[in-house]
Design a protein around this ligand. Structure first.
Ligand code: GLU
Length: 549
């Protein structure tokens, strides 16, 4: 019998207020079915519920989500919170902590894709605690680095505490982890450039934008007084290009509304609160802007700007954008939105088109790290953008955004700790665009589940032994698999080959000097399995080689 979600609430007497909305993928379900959307509710509930109780507390549920990187304040959890409020039974008279019994649990699972995916381990980083631990280790290793010098061309940057250090990540599923000074605001500076480029493309389209901005790395400093052979800025990631993006964005609006538009877009990209604006930084930037003025005049001389561009206004707009402040947490979500092809993982709203983001990531990869862009692309292989405030925005396409903030810069202008963090990251995980084109060691794949590494190979070995697929066994041996490993029930390749009578596999395993007498969970040995299967030849062979009966 088919029924709507309302039927369930009626039956279980947990009707939420009619104003609540539903996840429309689950609008129609089978009424009495314990299996919902391929998930067995009883099994799932038992897997998280304390066996002595027949409920899970809402606090425990939030903790499970938290361990997987899903924050309590995640906007996607609003529906769940509203539902949990309607549950009557409190724990220890704490109105925030409710007893979630199976029927309620089922209703929660029905209405939240996020909860479903978290509990069945279907998020982009299935083993999130391990990743968080690695990030913490890499953070601690890089925190002790003392090299680098803070940007001092304006007093507001020169006064920042050089010990500040934050790393935040957000995956394309909105799993988040932050460490260090992640709540402190810093100015975007040049990390606004990729965002301005995206906004300009959304506004005018790729073709119009590239009528005014090139696509090549300049091979020169970020504020070099130089244009490409078409007399255009080389790319949108250097000053000339970003000033050009500013001239293009929302030309029909007045300058105040243009700035509001940028702030609102950045807020949407971060799925959170409105970014701040540091007026002192803006005023200082404006005061020390000879080079940027020179660049703008040079571009005007070469007719690079769109018609009717007000030069001073455009430059001020650019300085304002550089002076927008976010913290590492927000910046990581911005990175995750780019990693997620323009859809903010926390709100599920599309902010930029696929193509806009694809263009932006391509140019971040080739031009995002000042004069170090080529080497960064070579070594780390990820799109990134750094800024003089010590901000570093790194995108792992399809996986996550990473925000690093540490003010001391190297001679080229990149954040020293951030670069070392990226080196460690690329060593630890196969995040480089071209890492893992051959076979990847799954311990280096952040998408692996916790026991996947270990058990994937064992299961492949056991399955090949039971089907008699010697080629596959040989391939696994070549890849370094240990032939003596057993599965969860301690059943080894020899048990399975003997039980199924695959004598050629048994011979091969004996030649490879495997243990002839491993005992499975029930005490069974390969020779006892061969006897049970009446595989006399196998029994004889094992006996000859000394298997104990
Ligand atoms: N406000 C700086 C400038 O335009 C930005 C520099 C940077 O972060 O690269 O000179």
């Amino acid at each position: 019998m088919e029924n709507t979600i309302h039927g369930i609430f009626e039956k279980e007497n947990q009707a939420p207020s009619s104003s609540q909305t539903f996840d429309n993928t689950t609008a129609v379900i089978l009424y009495d079915d314990d299996n919902i959307l391929g998930i067995n509710i009883s099994d799932l509930f038992t897997s998280i519920c304390n066996p002595k109780k027949n409920y899970i507390s809402s606090h425990e549920l939030w903790n499970i989500l938290d361990r997987m990187g899903i924050r309590y304040e995640d906007p996607r959890l609003e529906e769940l919170k509203k539902y949990i409020q309607t549950i009557k039974q409190e724990i220890d008279s704490d109105s925030t902590n409710k007893k979630i019994r199976k029927p309620d649990f089922r209703n929660l699972i029905l209405r939240s894709t996020l909860l479903r995916n978290t509990l069945i381990g279907n998020l982009s980083i299935p083993d999130f605690p391990s990743l968080a631990q690695s990030i913490q280790e890499m953070y601690n290793k890089t925190k002790i680095i003392q090299e680098g010098k803070i940007a001092d061309y304006i007093p507001q940057l020169a006064r920042v505490d050089p010990n500040m250090y934050a790393v935040s990540i957000c995956t394309v599923d909105g799993q988040r982890f932050s460490i260090g000074d992640f709540a402190e605001d810093f100015c975007l500076q040049s990390t606004c450039k990729p965002l301005l480029y995206c906004i300009a493309q959304e506004d005018l389209g790729e073709e119009k934008v590239h009528h005014h901005i090139g696509l090549e790395p300049s091979g020169l400093g970020f504020n070099e007084l130089s244009l490409d052979r078409n007399n255009l800025p080389h790319n949108p990631m250097i000053n000339a290009g970003a000033i050009m993006s500013c001239s293009l964005i929302k030309q029909e609006l007045n300058i105040a509304d243009r700035f509001d538009f940028i702030i609102n877009t950045i807020q949407k990209l971060s799925g959170g609160k409105k970014p701040n604006f540091n007026n002192a930084v803006y005023l200082s930037e404006r005061q020390t802007a000879d080079r940027n003025f020179a660049l703008a005049h040079f571009m005007r001389e070469k007719n690079a700007f769109p018609p009717n561009t007000d030069l001073t206004q455009t430059l001020e707009f650019y300085f304002q954008c550089c002076s927008i402040e976010v913290n590492a947490e927000s910046m990581a979500v911005i990175g995750a939105t780019l990693a997620n092809s323009g859809i903010c993982p926390l709100t599920d709203k599309r902010i930029f088109k696929d193509r806009t983001v694809q263009n932006c990531l391509s140019l971040m990869l080739s031009c995002g790290m000042y004069d170090y862009s080529g080497e960064f692309a070579f070594k780390i292989g990820l799109p990134a953008k750094s800024g003089v405030s010590g901000a570093l925005l790194v995108v792992i396409p399809g996986l996550m955004g990473i925000a690093i903030w540490s003010p001391p810069l190297d001679k080229i202008g990149n954040c020293v700790r951030g670069l070392e963090f990226c080196n460690l990251l690329a060593k630890r995980y196969n995040v480089h665009k071209y890492d893992g084109l051959g076979s990847i060691d799954s311990t280096r794949n952040p998408k692996s589940k916790r026991y996947e590494t270990k058990y994937r190979d064992i299961m492949a070995l056991i399955a090949s032994a039971s089907t008699g697929d010697l080629h596959e066994i040989q391939r696994l041996v070549a890849a370094g698999v240990n032939l003596n490993q057993g599965d969860y029930d301690y059943r080894t390749a020899l048990h399975l080959a003997a039980a199924e009578g695959h004598i050629h596999v048994v011979k091969y395993l004996i030649d490879r000097k495997v243990n002839l007498n491993p005992r499975d969970r029930w005490g069974g040995t390969p020779i006892s399995d061969a006897k049970k299967g009446k595989h006399e030849e196998v029994v004889e062979l094992l006996r000859v080689y000394g298997a104990i009966e």
